[in-house]
Design a protein around this ligand. Structure first.
Ligand code: F6R
Length: 356
């Protein structure tokens, strides 16, 4: 029996139930859709915005990356993601600013949010509580309140779907209802396939974790939404798997990183390259990726291609994200590591809080 199929052992390692959170991701999305349906958006509706800015860090900041990657091709206005203390000078009163913080207490997000308020921007808060909730009340601003009690990265369905749907309902994003339904359907199917009860030889998420094993993963995305997802894989492998991981995106990586694999062979042969590949990639991207694999594969311990399938960009994005999220949890469990705690993040936040 393979290690990841020993369910009693897994349960003991996963003390705070991160695998269960992942297995329940479909249900989280269903609940998230209900939150979106009941949100009061009257305070952000009916305005002619000249831009949208997402504020947020880490798991919450990823909401902006993902939404931007999904809607920017059809957007008439610029979409920014701000990850830091300072709001770019061009974000003014005519922008919709969306601070996203699961805890509601992240200081970089709060710093930018205060600047946005001073400039008179319209605000759409997304949080489970904390200071953001207090500020939303004080400013009498629109807020999407999501359920508390998860790790921010494990609450991505709650953070992402209602925010996307709020933008759709205010006319800022084009999202077909059929795309949401097909995305949810696909996640339901995957959550069954990736469930702990499905043994390793039939479970692709467990197989990814096994293939990474003790190597250092590098994740490549192929531009657009798959770059956002490659970055998410890196963050999840870091936070759940407690494993170093790096990422890059096509086509830019072909102009620098591809050459960088030429030296330090002893080190690079301990690395696994994971490439997220859209089943509908065009001939130029296909040729680019195939050629790159041919050029660099001997520099890695192995190269794993992750096929990304779905009826819509949304379905593909959520499926590819979900595969990485749950694989990163299996990676932790494979190595006897509890995926939930992020002690180093908490220690850092506590040090900074002493400055207040
Ligand atoms: C922890 C996690 C982190 C947090 C980040 C910001 O699970 O994913 O990356 O998301 O430290 O905190 P929040 O999301 O509370 O604003």
């Amino acid at each position: 029996m393979k290690q990841l199929d020993e369910l009693n052992k897994i349960k003991k390692i996963d003390r705070q139930g991160m695998l269960e959170t992942e297995e329940n991701f479909y249900h989280q999305l269903v609940e998230a859709k209900k939150i979106a349906d009941s949100a009061d958006l009257s305070k952000i509706a009916g305005k002619n915005y000249t831009g949208i800015a997402f504020l947020g860090m880490g798991g919450s900041g990823f909401v902006g990356d993902l939404i931007k990657s999904l809607i920017m091709d059809d957007s008439d206005i610029p979409i920014e993601t701000v990850k830091g203390y300072s709001l770019p000078g061009y974000i003014d009163k005519d922008w919709l600013v969306v601070p996203v913080s699961y805890s509601g207490n992240t200081e970089e997000t709060i710093s930018c949010l205060k600047q946005a308020k001073e400039r008179g921007a319209t605000l759409l808060f997304v949080a489970s509580g904390g200071l953001l909730e207090e500020m939303a009340e004080e400013y009498e601003a629109c807020m999407v309140k999501v359920p508390a009690g998860h790790q921010p990265r494990g609450a991505i369905g709650f953070l992402f779907l209602p925010t996307l749907l709020a933008l759709r309902d205010t006319g800022l994003a084009k999202v077909n209802s059929s795309d949401i339904d097909s995305a949810l359907g696909q996640i339901k199917e995957l959550s069954e396939k990736f469930n702990r009860g499905v043994e390793t030889d039939k479970n692709f998420a467990k197989q990814i974790a096994m293939a990474i094993g003790n190597s250092l993963p590098v994740v490549y995305g192929s531009g657009g939404y798959l770059s956002a997802i490659a970055y998410r894989w890196k963050c999840e492998i870091n936070e759940n798997g407690k494993t170093p991981c790096f990422w890059a995106e096509f086509p830019e990586l072909n102009h620098n990183e591809t050459v960088g694999w030429e030296r330090l062979a002893e080190t690079t042969r301990k690395l696994t390259l994971l490439i997220l590949r859209d089943e509908d990639e065009n001939i130029r991207m296909k040729t680019r990726i195939d050629t790159t694999v041919g050029l660099v594969k001997t520099n890695f311990s192995k190269v794993i291609e992750i096929p990304v399938k779905g009826k819509s960009k949304l379905a593909k994005a959520l499926s590819a994200m979900y595969t990485g999220d749950i694989a990163s949890v299996y990676l932790a469990l494979l190595h006897g590591v509890d995926p939930t705690p992020v002690e180093k993040i908490e220690k850092l936040k506590a040090e900074l809080a002493k400055l207040d």
